[in-house]
Design a protein around this ligand. Structure first.
Ligand code: AHM
Ligand code: MG
Length: 340
């Protein structure tokens, strides 16, 4: 069609990973294999999600299906697919998952010499599956510090600034994998006909300013005063700053984040009465997305601190989160800190 760029050469995720790795002549390829394992798990989960609407026909959650297998909820299934892929791959020594209370060591009995720690939310926004709304997977990768022979929970409790990679998969109208290794952010779209992720969004930059804000405004009455002031300000009319801004809230963090990353905007999950520490998890949700957003030129804060500087105390720790376009996040911080 007129004006449409015809792509006659494309780069697969696998090729991209190899190209990136070859810039480091001493690399063993372990990290590349780890990323490949994650992308394979993503494809499996993608397949399961695409079948979600059919599950009822073939056997409902919690019941035994025609093959005698117990049907699982999709989030538990996604968790298991990722654990299985990471075990099989052998590069990961410890998994922390939102779907599992304890950290899962993979090489406790001495087998395997993986040196990477993977923390993940296997299926974020899973309550949305039932109504056919996009969900996602978020992952965060750390190196096992040299002083550890065996992986322990303590080894996983590193601040987000120590991440070596982070990414997410959004299972939307198309399936995309977006990730960073600290050298920019790149997005890949799954071509279902060949089963490959293809580079579709090279070097993603989040607009410095944005007009979209994403927050569960039903909680308004329990927000702190500064945030209430920000929201009222965002709704005022002002030509110069393009206000009133626009609200978009899917209620599926990966999707809300992804849209704002591409279009410019801010996602907020503040402290509320129900969730006094915020709702989202520092290690599975806030840190990986903070790494990505910073690499794309944006900002992530708990209102007072940079997310990536927070020293975690526990695996499932929660944090208030303000993340997105730099100017918007700074503005919210000013309101929260009583500067406006
Ligand atoms: P989950 O990890 O249990 O799915 O919860 C996280 C989800 C996010 O995807 C979403 O942004 C948020 O919870 C929505 O919360 P709320 O319904 O309180 O607005
Ligand atoms: Mg989640």
């Amino acid at each position: 069609a007129k004006g449409r760029k015809v792509v006659d050469e494309f780069i697969t995720l696998e090729q991209f990973i190899i190209d990136q790795q070859s810039r480091f002549p001493h690399s063993t390829g372990a990290f590349s294999r780890l990323l490949r394992d994650i992308s394979v798990a993503a494809k499996i989960v993608n397949r399961d999600i695409r079948r979600a609407g059919l599950v009822d026909i073939f056997g409902t959650t919690g019941r035994v299906n025609i093959h005698g297998e117990v049907q699982q909820k999709l989030d538990a299934m996604a968790h298991e697919e990722f654990v299985r892929a990471l075990k099989r791959g052998g590069e990961c020594c410890l998994i922390g998952s939102e779907e599992h209370a304890e950290a899962i060591p993979l090489s406790a009995n001495g087998e395997g010499d993986g040196r990477y720690i993977v923390l993940l939310d296997p299926l974020d926004g899973s309550s949305n599956v039932d109504v056919n709304v996009s969900v996602g997977t978020i992952f965060s990768i750390y190196r096992l510090p040299d002083e550890y022979d065996t992986p322990t929970l303590e080894a996983a409790l590193q601040p987000g600034s120590q991440q070596v990679a982070a990414g997410y998969i959004v299972y939307g109208s198309s399936t995309m994998l977006v990730y960073t290794t600290g050298n920019g952010v790149n997005g890949f779209t799954l071509d279902p006909s060949i089963g490959e992720f293809i580079l579709s969004h090279p070097n993603i930059q989040i607009p410095k300013k944005g007009k979209i804000y994403s927050i569960n405004e039903g909680n308004f009455n329990s927000f702190e005063e500064g945030l209430k002031r920000f929201l009222r300000w965002a709704q005022e009319e002002d030509k110069a700053t393009g206000r009133p801004f626009t609200t978009r809230y899917i209620g599926s963090f990966v999707s809300d984040f992804h849209r704002n990353l591409l279009k410019g905007g801010i996602y907020m999950y503040p402290a509320t009465r129900k969730n006094p520490e915020g709702k989202l998890r520092l290690m599975y949700e806030a840190n990986p997305m903070a790494f990505i957003v910073e690499q794309a030129g944006g900002r992530a804060s708990d209102g007072h601190r940079r997310i990536l500087d927070i020293v975690p105390e526990k695996l499932h720790q929660r944090t208030p989160l303000f993340i997105g376009s730099e100017e918007l996040v700074r503005t919210v911080e000013e309101f929260l800190q009583g500067k406006r």
